[in-house]
Design a protein. Structure first.
Length: 451
């Protein structure tokens, strides 16, 4: 990675600098104003499912503090804010009756963002399926494509024009690997037979939501995936094969159907008799022209053959590596490699880095009011430089959303991991911009030249 000089280091004109969150992780008040429960409301209230029994009942109380949070975004000079909508605030039963108080919350948030010169990037689905739809089979029910398109249409009609960048799904790999294969995330299923069905239906729902947008909307829509580049632990055939399987399973399983209209062949090997024969017609729905793809990047995996189920591949800890609080290696080159791989594999489609960040053990707010988080500044600096290297290599990267705006609910890990550039005191809910927020503010102001 080259260390740029001030003169030659620029990000493209219009490169969008922002931060990201998700509804269930920050809002709190999951049942307020007529909202219905989601699978995460249920999952977190099921004993043993989350660390310390942590729930999203309060979270960062963004549901009541959204104006304060937008003011903080303005203070930091954010140009964009990526957030998600809680489906069951809009449609408490998942389909049918619209809860207008829920719609009003997001309409007011969007207006406040726009009034402060901040562009909204709206994610339709960031893991919090209405519980009422899970009762009808959730992502295992092929009707989910119609449900999701109906939900999208309600939001498109209400917000399109004020919202000009839409995302259908956030990280379908995590939704199925966590929620249907290994059971660590809501709805907590553990089935190698269910996981491929949920994955496929998520992609059908993605296609249906994009189709619905093309009929209603006039702006941009895309898909957000998490990509973790895989590097073989040795030059053995076993490790090379394991790396190929892991790459296909995590990195190609959703982009291939969405952009190429087919699954990577390794998936049939991985799932064996649990891999269904999907109707060819499904791919006509799944493949829809996209305006961009969002890539969430956190780390890499040095991959070796293991007896893990069903992948038979696993990550090898690097003895000289630097690791975050979530056990992820800090490897900025992996972001450059990922962005170049995306362009080489899928072509010239515009890309946003829609999440990038790290959990470190942050100190409390000091007496001088600062939260000193040098490791996060170093992480963000190196990954922004890595993006610049990818841009220099010809990748059309359009923006960067730091994960996350606020310390928040890290799903099953509860409040134990802090990813925010803004510290949240979970007792008082007081917000304090960390040193990394002040640093990032300077990066935005200099359009990256201060890196
Ligand atoms: N873990 N972790 C941090 C972060 C998670 O908080 C987000 O909700 C996901 O989109 C993605 O997994 C990344």
């Amino acid at each position: 990675m080259t260390r740029p000089t001030d003169t030659d280091f620029t990000f493209p004109e219009g490169f969008l600098w922002g931060a990201a969150t998700a509804a269930h992780q920050i809002e709190g008040s999951p049942l307020a104003d007529g909202a219905g429960p989601s699978i995460w409301t249920r999952f977190a209230h099921t004993p043993g499912m989350t660390l310390n029994g942590d729930t999203g009942d309060v979270a960062c109380d963004h549901y009541h503090r959204w104006k304060e949070d937008v003011a903080l975004m303005r203070e930091l000079g954010l140009q964009a804010y990526r957030f998600s909508v809680s489906w069951s605030r809009i449609l408490p039963e998942g389909t049918g009756r619209v809860n207008h108080k829920g719609l009003d919350f997001y309409s007011c948030l969007v207006d406040e963002l726009l009034a402060n010169g901040i562009e909204p990037l709206l994610t339709l689905y960031h893991w919090d399926l209405p519980a009422a739809l899970d009762d009808r089979g959730g992502w295992l029910n092929r009707d989910c494509a119609d449900w999701f398109a109906e939900y999208g249409r309600v939001l498109y009609r209400a917000l399109d024009g004020r919202v000009k960048k839409w995302v259908t799904l956030n990280e379908p790999w995590v939704i199925t690997d966590g929620g249907y294969l290994h059971g660590a995330l809501a709805p907590g299923h553990r089935s190698r037979f269910e996981a491929p069905i949920a994955s496929h239906n998520l992609m059908r729902a993605h296609g249906a939501a994009v189709q619905a947008y093309r009929a209603e909307g006039k702006h941009e829509i895309g898909l957000v995936v998490n990509i973790e580049p895989k590097y073989p632990a040795s030059d053995s055939t076993a490790d090379a094969d394991a790396t190929r399987r892991a790459h296909a399973y995590m990195n190609e399983q959703y982009l291939h159907p969405a952009l190429l209209g087919r699954y990577p062949p390794e998936l049939k090997d991985i799932f064996g008799d649990a891999w269904p024969e999907f109707p060819e017609d499904d791919f006509k729905l799944i493949v829809q022209p996209l305006d961009f793809v969002g890539i969430n990047y956190y780390t890499r995996s040095v991959t070796a053959a293991t007896d893990s189920y069903p992948l038979k591949a696993g990550a090898v800890r690097q003895p000289l590596g630097t690791y975050t609080e979530t056990g992820w290696e800090v490897f900025p080159q992996g972001l450059t490699d990922t962005l170049v791989w995306f362009k080489d594999t899928y072509g010239e489609l515009p890309v946003y880095v829609t999440e990038n960040g790290a959990a470190f053990f942050d100190p409390a707010v000091a007496e001088d009011g600062r939260v000193r988080d040098p490791l996060r500044i170093d992480y963000l600096r190196k990954h922004l430089s890595a993006i610049h290297d990818a841009i220099a290599a010809g990748v059309d990267v359009r923006g960067y959303m730091a994960w996350s705006l606020l310390d928040n609910l890290e799903w099953s890990l509860g409040y134990s991991k802090r990813f925010g550039i803004i510290h949240v005191n979970y007792g008082t809910l007081e917000r304090t911009p960390k040193d990394s927020a002040r640093w990032y503010s300077g990066i935005i102001e200099s359009h990256g030249r201060a890196l």
